[in-house]
Ligand binder design. Structure first.
Ligand SMILES: Cc1cc2nc3c(=O)[nH]c(=O)nc-3n(C[C@H](O)[C@H](O)[C@H](O)COP(=O)(O)OP(=O)(O)OC[C@H]3O[C@@H](n4cnc5c(N)ncnc54)[C@H](O)[C@@H]3O)c2cc1C
Ligand SMILES: *[C@@H]1O[C@H](CO)[C@@H](O)[C@H](O)[C@H]1NC(C)=O
Ligand SMILES: *[C@@H]1O[C@H](CO)[C@@H](O)[C@H](O)[C@H]1NC(C)=O
Ligand SMILES: *[C@@H]1O[C@H](CO)[C@@H](O)[C@H](O)[C@H]1NC(C)=O
Length: 442
């Protein structure tokens, strides 16, 4: 519940040290209002979290949102990427393409681009133009398919070394000397059901961490600590990595990121002789039955939760996903065909019904705030999202995000979620079913 007189908490416990949690800690440290507040971050893994969504070789940084509030926020984030965070940022452009008429994002954006006449944006009208701009090898029919037929490149977009930027922010937080870092797994919130007060968390060893305000920023794991049915859910996205030579690295590193919105498949320029392809899709659900995290009686509920290479070190992407990435790569860079991915990974989005973040006090429990719902697009906001979260903690949700970031008035069955309209690829996949199909085909 929003505190009536926006009192400054004497202690704040942040659960999760990803984009949302770490940036919140940094903003709290900088804000004089919180100069007497004790700040703690607890994460289940030592930093950098090996299976955290915020830790990877690369993330796309762009400001071309259709939604004005996100475009505004992304523009201010990009200013920071170009300055404070510049060692971790590469402005090589982003080329967005689409083939299927059901993908309306590209035509709609194109209309915008043409109307605005921005000089850093180049409309691409044919497969050849896309191939030239993106440095693709695929020249035949297959190459055409892989890159799509219409699109545009925004030369003002780029990509960031995600792990590098997270390490840099972590160092800045450590240097402020204000935050106590704890590595431990939170098993549940300490909820007093009589007073509806949350006073901290219980850890796996049954010890507790108490605080006047608990901020849940556990990413895709958040639904294991709070009943978020109808509000947010974990979806698994696929990634594949392939080592390349220094000559190949040099040949590819300055081209733009290529994102095929029809399939969701994309390739960010390689770094450190490692090429990565991934799919921005509807993802895998992993329905898991757990005791209701909010209920003292502990009746069971079923929610989708992450299942990662930390849970199963032998985990690899199901065949379906490997094939999709393989086909994409063969179509855009046939010279890599036959070279296997040396590593694949499932990375978990925290999806909401609309793709809006969830940055809000809990409507029922006092002392509980939630900062999650990244919906596969939060990384770019790393330099600025903490400041916005702290504004929301102070009861000052930015006007243009009111009704977007706040706790939704109603829970909506997932079958009725619209999403953010940007996802491609197959719909409705269940992780264990795809794993079983892969096993039967080996
Ligand atoms: C494959 C992929 C590609 C993406 N591409 C882009 C992109 O190009 N551009 C972009 O802007 N965004 C992108 N995103 C989205 C962006 O990376 C995420 O929105 C963002 O990183 C989410 O941050 P987070 O803090 O919510 O989650 P996380 O980084 O996962 O942090 C949550 C933390 O909570 C901890 N935790 C969980 N449970 C517990 C517990 N019980 N006790 C203690 N600690 C716990 C975890 O260990 C973890 O460190 C992508 C995401 C993925 C997965
Ligand atoms: C291109 O990117 C710039 C900077 O990120 C952004 O301000 C602009 O809106 C984008 N243009 C289009 C047409 O998407
Ligand atoms: C924690 O407490 C529960 C219930 O009191 C008990 O069953 C469990 O063994 C305890 N775990 C540890 C690690 O002490
Ligand atoms: C790009 O998307 C279109 C439409 O789904 C598809 O026809 C094409 O094959 C895609 N490319 C790849 C490599 O998936």
């Amino acid at each position: 519940m929003t505190p009536s007189n926006a009192e400054i908490p004497s202690s704040i416990l942040i659960v999760g040290s990803g984009v949302f949690g770490l940036s919140t800690a940094y903003s709290l440290c900088k804000n004089p209002l919180f100069k007497n507040t004790a700040i703690t971050i607890v994460d289940r893994q030592p930093f950098p979290t090996p299976d955290g969504s915020s830790i990877d070789t690369s993330r796309i940084i762009r400001a071309d949102y259709a939604s004005p509030p996100y475009a505004r926020l992304a523009t201010s984030a990009q200013t920071a990427w170009r300055t404070t965070f510049s060692p971790h940022y590469h402005e090589t452009g982003l080329c967005v393409t689409a083939t299927s008429p059901s993908q309306t994002y590209v035509p709609a954006s194109l209309a915008n681009v043409r109307a605005l006449g921005t000089d850093r944006v180049q409309v691409l009208e044919s497969a050849e133009e896309i191939q030239n701009v993106c440095g693709l090898q695929g020249k035949g029919e297959r190459g055409r398919e892989g890159s799509g037929c219409t699109g545009y490149v925004n030369w003002s977009s780029g990509w960031a070394d995600a792990e590098g930027a997270m390490r840099y922010l972590r160092l800045m937080v450590e240097e402020m000397g204000r935050v106590r870092f704890i590595t431990a797994s939170v098993s549940r919130l300490l909820i007093d059901h009589t007073s509806s007060l949350v006073s901290g968390v219980k850890l796996g060893d049954n010890t507790t961490l108490t605080a006047s305000l608990t901020i849940l920023a556990a990413g895709a794991w958040t639904p294991s600590l709070l009943d978020l049915r109808g509000i947010a859910t974990a979806t698994g996205q696929v990634l594949g990595y392939l080592p390349i030579s220094s000559a190949e690295q040099a040949a590819l590193e300055s081209y733009p990121t290529l994102l095929n919105l029809s399939s969701g498949l994309f390739m960010i320029p390689p770094s450190s002789n490692l090429l990565k392809v991934a799919r921005h899709g509807h993802g895998y659900k992993n329905p898991t039955t757990i005791p209701n995290p909010e209920s003292p009686a502990g009746e069971e509920i079923t929610v989708s939760l992450p299942y990662t290479h930390v849970d199963d070190p032998s985990q690899s992407v199901p065949l379906e996903g490997q094939r999709a990435m393989r086909n994409f790569l063969e179509q855009i860079h046939p010279s890599f065909s036959g070279r296997p991915f040396t590593k694949t990974r499932i990375c978990w989005y925290t999806d909401t019904r609309s793709g809006d973040f969830l940055i809000s006090y809990h409507p029922q429990y006092e002392g509980l705030f939630v900062a999650t719902g990244g919906s596969g697009h939060a990384f770019k906001f790393l330099p600025v999202i903490g400041d916005s979260i702290v504004e929301c903690v102070l009861g000052r949700t930015p006007d243009d995000f009111k009704g977007r970031w706040e706790w939704p008035a109603e829970r909506l069955p997932e079958t009725l979620w619209d999403g953010d309209g940007s996802r491609g690829g197959p719909v409705g996949m269940i992780l264990i079913e795809e794993i079983a199909k892969s096993a039967s085909k080996l």
